[in-house]
Design a protein around this ligand. Structure first.
Ligand SMILES: *Cc1c(COP(=O)(O)O)cnc(C)c1O
Length: 414
């Protein structure tokens, strides 16, 4: 690789990019460089027509008949089977349903039913907090001596000992982008007789995940980040075939019943992945989320990962080449193999710097206490975008534009 990049070199990389044709499938606002697809993915153009179709035709005209005629009832499984192909799962191992947090509660509870003699759950203390909050809520209900053992990256394997029931980690760290070695940690988890649960929120659609190749027991994740499902679109649950029908989740609503339309008095679990469902789903949201998944099914996951590594590498190099005198410290791993599809830097004035950048149409985000975070979505981020983003940042730093008071006021969502 060259030492010094230029805009022309980035243009050349775009010309050689096998994924460049996908950019046109997304509605990116004119002039905007969107580096926040790791938080809320942009809208696939076709999502609009699909939303209109569902509202006008399926809901407006078909009404209740659409549960059958428009296949509303099977959306969780249909989308699940599509998503399965992106994360190394088989048919009938994934359903798209509910939120990531609720799904985590369900699979954690299900896993604990398989290891009742053990009371320790290993988690990552610096994880996106909802995962830990959900586990704390579950354990408060279970009472009875359960505890969470928090560990960080470097002491993770040492924390996985013979008293552990489940190891519940997020594959790619939401702030640093650091990847946990799924194969090695899952192997260690099984070696001590525990079960593995992985949160794929920052992996699905960005990395080549291989759940069955790693013998993972359970996984959850969301569809509104890299998978472009739309704001608040449902999350997903993976349960390995060997646990289906045995490891049961406790939110036993009628959609997880063996025969929902028999309306029996008592719950009987569905034998397969359907037991992970609880109740009626947001059909509008599911229908729109399918549009994003269909785009991914046409993309080569290995090519997505390869481009993701090149985009983050380019960004780090350009920041080093052009921004090193302005006080940014790389928080993400330097080695692309250990890094997901996002890059974070810490900066004393991270908040106003990000606000100034957003005002110049480069959208990333800020994560307390001082991280500026940039997500790189291979299907619609170009190499020239990366160049232009750094170019605008250089201008902001050079002229100290971030000092303006308008960039120092905080909104509710950062
Ligand atoms: C984004 C994210 C979530 C989101 O959870 P919701 O239930 O959808 O609010 C959960 N966990 C991790 C690790 C995330 O990155």
């Amino acid at each position: 690789m060259m030492n010094e990049y230029s805009r022309a070199a980035c243009e050349q990389l775009d010309l050689e990019d096998s994924l460049s044709e996908f950019r046109d499938e997304f509605a990116i606002p004119e002039g905007m460089i969107y580096l926040d697809g790791n938080s809320l993915g942009v809208r696939p153009k076709a999502a609009l027509a699909r939303a209109v179709e569902v509202v006008e035709e399926e809901w407006g005209v078909g009404l209740i008949k659409s549960w059958n005629q428009a296949d509303w009832f099977s959306l969780p499984q249909r989308l699940g089977n599509k998503l399965a192909k992106l994360i190394g799962a088989d048919d009938d191992e994934v359903v798209v349903t509910d939120s990531t947090g609720l799904n985590l509660y369900k699979v954690l509870a299900a896993a604990l039913t398989q290891r009742t003699e053990r009371k320790v759950i290993v988690m990552n203390g610096s994880n996106f907090p909802t995962d830990n909050y959900m586990a704390q809520g579950l354990l408060a209900q279970l009472g009875d001596g359960y505890e969470i053992r928090f560990a960080e990256h470097d002491d993770m394997e040492a924390a996985i000992t013979e008293d552990v029931a489940a190891v519940c980690l997020t594959h790619v760290h939401y702030k640093t982008g650091r990847i946990f070695d799924m194969a090695a940690i899952t192997a260690k988890t099984h070696e001590v007789g525990a079960l593995s649960i992985w949160d794929l929120c920052h992996s699905a659609g960005a990395l080549d995940v291989d759940l069955n190749g790693c013998n993972v027991d359970f996984a959850v994740g969301c569809t509104y980040k890299y998978l472009n499902g739309g704001p608040g679109s449902p999350g997903f649950i993976f349960t390995a075939k060997c646990h289906q029908g045995k490891a049961l989740q406790p939110l036993t609503g009628w959609w997880g019943h063996a025969d929902p339309f028999a309306f029996e008095r008592d719950y009987r679990p569905a034998p397969g992945i359907n037991q992970m469902l609880s109740g009626t789903q947001p059909i509008l949201s599911l229908a729109v989320a399918e549009v994003g998944l269909d785009i991914f099914l046409r993309a080569d996951v290995a090519a997505v990962r390869a481009k993701s590594k090149k985009l983050t590498e380019l960004f780090i190099r350009l920041m080093t080449q052009r921004c090193s005198q302005y006080g940014f410290t790389l928080v993400s791993p330097e080695d692309a193999e250990c890094r997901g599809s996002q890059v974070s830097f810490s900066h004393t004035h991270g908040y106003p710097v990000m606000q100034a950048l957003i005002s110049r149409d480069v959208v990333g985000d800020f994560r307390a206490p001082d991280n500026v975070r940039f997500g790189f979505t291979p299907l619609y981020t170009s190499y020239v975008d990366v160049w232009d983003a750094v170019d605008r940042l250089v201008d902001i730093m050079e002229k100290e534009l971030w000092r303006d008071s308008e960039f120092n006021q905080r909104g509710a969502v950062t």
